[in-house]
Design a protein. Structure first.
Length: 256
């Protein structure tokens, strides 16, 4: 599993002791990507792997200077006062079911080799209208103990059954495939519009992660900092959705 994905090491090798892996890739409202990119930027995490595969979209992004850029998946590392973090972010998700499963297999191989103690995936739940000021965060996991631990320390809602539909993409499959490592998906309410940026949902997720892991991030800066990347995120999301629709005949629209 995962032979179709290549992890290219960046920089020096690091020694880890039971880190937490947090995944945030593009999805509905881009909630996961916004949250994890904010952690990476706010904590100045260091990149340790570039990820490549032929399962990525066959396209490039065009930058402002007319140079092209391949879609990126990247893995970062940061040691805080209380935890070590492995942060998975990127521009895209795998474009096929096989690609999703093989990618999750590769990430789980890495998590096992790094002795990860927990896996957290982040996604959004699409609503018919923009959410309230503080969107609810639901959870679903492969282990009841990790849910109870989050309940003690955060304001997650475990009553996701009947509220949350199938969690499509890496956000769900990574949790489902993680048989040896406790894993939980955090899903924030957001607006189910392809160009909506789920900043409120990302903020709610970040509050949960701060309460649970004491990351030391300043969530108050999120609204200001996200404006710098808002246009780029929207542009890339639309480009990938258009490409996916051409390939599959349907738009990219999922919980995850």
């Amino acid at each position: 599993m995962g032979q179709d994905w290549k992890l290219e090491s960046v920089g020096k090798n690091i020694k880890l002791k039971n880190p937490v892996l947090i995944e945030g890739l593009p999805g509905i409202g881009n909630v996961g990507k916004i949250a994890v990119d904010f952690i990476i930027d706010n904590l100045k995490a260091k990149k340790i792997y570039d990820v490549f595969s032929y399962n990525l979209p066959h396209s490039v992004f065009i930058k402002e200077n007319s140079m092209v850029e391949l879609p990126k998946l990247e893995i970062y590392y940061k040691k805080t006062k209380t935890n070590e973090l492995i942060l998975l972010s990127g521009d895209v998700q795998p474009v096929s079911e096989f690609g999703c499963y093989s990618f999750c297999g590769k990430i789980l191989e890495l998590a096992g080799s790094l002795n990860c103690k927990e896996i957290v995936t982040i996604g959004g739940i699409g609503l018919e209208k923009p959410p309230q000021e503080d969107p609810n965060v639901y959870c679903a996991a492969n282990n009841d103990k990790i849910i109870k631990d989050f309940e003690k320390k955060t304001k997650v809602n475990r009553k996701s059954y009947g509220v949350v539909g199938p969690i499509v993409g890496v956000t769900g499959v990574l949790v489902g495939m993680s048989s040896k490592i406790p894993a939980i998906a955090l899903l924030a309410e957001t607006y189910a519009h392809p160009l909506y940026l789920g900043i409120r949902g990302a903020r709610s997720i970040l509050k949960v992660l701060e309460d649970k892991y004491k990351l030391g991030i300043n969530i108050d800066h999120l609204d200001d900092e996200i404006k710098d990347v808002e246009a780029e995120v929207i542009k890339k999301t639309k480009e990938i959705q258009d490409l996916t629709k051409k390939r599959t005949g349907k738009a990219l629209n999922y919980i995850g």
